[in-house]
Design a protein around this ligand. Structure first.
Ligand code: ADP
Length: 477
């Protein structure tokens, strides 16, 4: 059961951690996106600049050669024939990594750089067609070539297409390697920045979490003691904590007023109602000439008056406990006698069989005898109310080291697991529909207040359809 609860808490924590509506996740995602866009843009810009430095200069160079080539041919035609002049111009402009050739529309190469005949480069480059006039990078068998082809016209005479190819493998490989390193570095930086941002945001919102932890433990009874104190928190969060503190003071005052009002009203109403109940009972006792209907009406009115007096008494008890005005006369109480007495009292109004299991020797506890009677009467009263008449009620007393445990067990309807820790709350009733008797929902909260006031504790164990066991632990003497 504990394992399951821990698992549930872990799942809740995990869900909170990745809750898309949380300030932490939103800030982290927002800042991470912002930095990713920033770093990404910087990487793209750097890449473009590098490409410009490494490739664009070559492109411009090739464009310049393509523009200048017809003029060079023309100059050479003054001393040689057109084919010879073309070849001379090619020889003049070509180098080991810059190759030129002229090809007619029919695919015949009329002039070419000498290097095209070496190492089989010509076999790869010369057959190429559909080369664009603007220089473009081509990957040819693992080496990169910047290529373009423009129509060659000298004195308006078309001589074929001039092909220019420059080997840029070294620069292109360097550029690609640089781009790869840049992408990896950018990715690592984005991851590191996201983690750093997430950590920093976590640190920043810690005071907010602290406020929520502190306010989570504030209960109505502890309003006056509650105080939210934060050290080293940002001024905005400290302001929020101060506002919370002021609100707690106002709530505490309002709660105190309400308690006083409740206590006064209960006190004022209890006396006249007790008198009314007394009159109703004496009228009933002496009313020999009353009709059946009148008797029934008076009985109902009397029991309702009693119930309301009991409710007012409970409210007064709780108000006294809340304001610390409930006093306990703690002394040594012999449980054997007290339990016998309580069971005797219960038998006056219930037909349930009540079994008592007591150790043979005398069991003494530190308690207030009257309050302890009230506790046991309440628990047995509940066992009677929430189980059938033919089902016996067992009262067991066990001694464990310094403690004595009094168990009140019934074989009644039981209490659902998820509501077992709520039944001690004021006015909490498991299910109005199943509560045949008109309780008020205050009984167990008074029981808990009284037991804790005597330095003890109370717990419940119950299973639907099987029954319920309340265990009261008190200090042994
Ligand atoms: P009530 O006046 O309604 O009995 P209590 O504070 O005594 O108020 O009990 C709170 C709720 O707990 C009850 O409404 C009832 O549903 C449940 N309860 C208490 N004791 C038992 C029991 N022995 N068996 C089953 N349910 C119980």
């Amino acid at each position: 059961m504990k394992l399951r609860a821990n698992k549930l808490i872990n799942i809740k924590k995990l869900r909170n951690k990745f809750d898309s509506s949380s300030l932490r996740v939103r800030l982290t995602v927002g800042m991470a996106l912002f930095s990713a866009i920033g770093l990404g843009s910087l990487a793209i810009w750097t890449g473009m600049r590098m490409q410009h430095i490494l490739i664009v200069t070559h492109k411009e160079n090739i464009k310049y050669i393509a523009e200048r080539f017809p003029q060079d041919v023309k100059i050479y035609t003054e001393m040689a024939t057109l084919p010879v002049a073309t070849q001379k111009a090619i020889d003049n402009l070509a180098s080991a990594d810059k190759l030129l050739w002229v090809k007619t529309n029919s695919g015949q190469v009329t002039a070419l750089a000498a290097d095209l005949e070496k190492d089989g480069i010509g076999e790869i480059l010369l057959p190429l067609n559909n080369v664009p006039p603007i220089p473009q990078v081509r990957d040819l068998n693992g080496s990169y070539w910047l290529m373009c082809a423009t129509p060659l016209k000298v004195d308006d005479k078309y001589l074929g297409d001039l092909f220019i190819a420059q080997d840029i493998t070294k620069d292109q490989v360097m550029f690609l390697n640089l781009m790869r390193s840049l992408s990896i570095a950018t990715f690592i930086m984005i991851v590191v920045m996201t983690l750093t941002i997430a950590h920093y945001i976590n640190y920043l919102i810690r005071p907010l979490k602290r406020i929520s932890q502190l306010t989570e433990n504030v209960s109505a009874d502890k309003l006056s003691e509650a105080h939210i104190h934060l050290e080293n928190a940002p001024s905005e969060v400290r302001e929020l904590a101060d506002t919370f503190d002021e609100m707690l003071v106002r709530l505490s005052e309002a709660w105190e007023h309400q308690r006083e009002l409740l206590s006064n009203v209960s006190h004022e109403l209890r006396t006249p109602l007790t008198i009314i109940s007394g009159y109703l009972q004496s009228t009933l006792r002496r009313g020999d000439n009353l009709t059946e209907i009148q008797k029934e009406a008076l009985t109902t009115a009397s029991s309702e008056a009693d119930r309301t007096v009991q409710l007012l008494q409970d409210l007064l008890d709780l108000a006294r406990a809340d304001s610390g005005r409930m006093h306990f006369q703690l002394e040594s109480v012999i449980l054997n006698d007290l339990i016998e007495e309580v069971v005797g009292m219960t038998k006056q109004y219930s037909n349930h069989q009540i079994n008592i299991e007591l150790p043979h020797q005398l069991v003494q506890v530190k308690a207030d005898a009257n309050r302890l009677k009230q506790v046991l009467l309440n628990l047995i009263d509940n066992a009677v109310k929430y189980s059938d008449e033919e089902q016996a009620i067992n009262i067991k007393v066990q001694q464990q080291q310094q403690q004595t445990i009094i168990q009140v067990c019934d074989r009644g309807m039981g209490i659902p697991l998820q509501q077992q820790n709520r039944i001690f709350e004021r006015f909490y009733r498991v299910d109005e529909a199943r509560n045949r008797s008109g309780g008020t929902g205050l009984g167990l909260s008074i029981v808990k207040t009284l037991v804790e006031g005597m330095g003890g504790s109370i717990s419940v164990r119950s299973q639907i359809g099987e029954g319920t066991t309340f265990a009261v632990k008190l200090l042994s003497i």
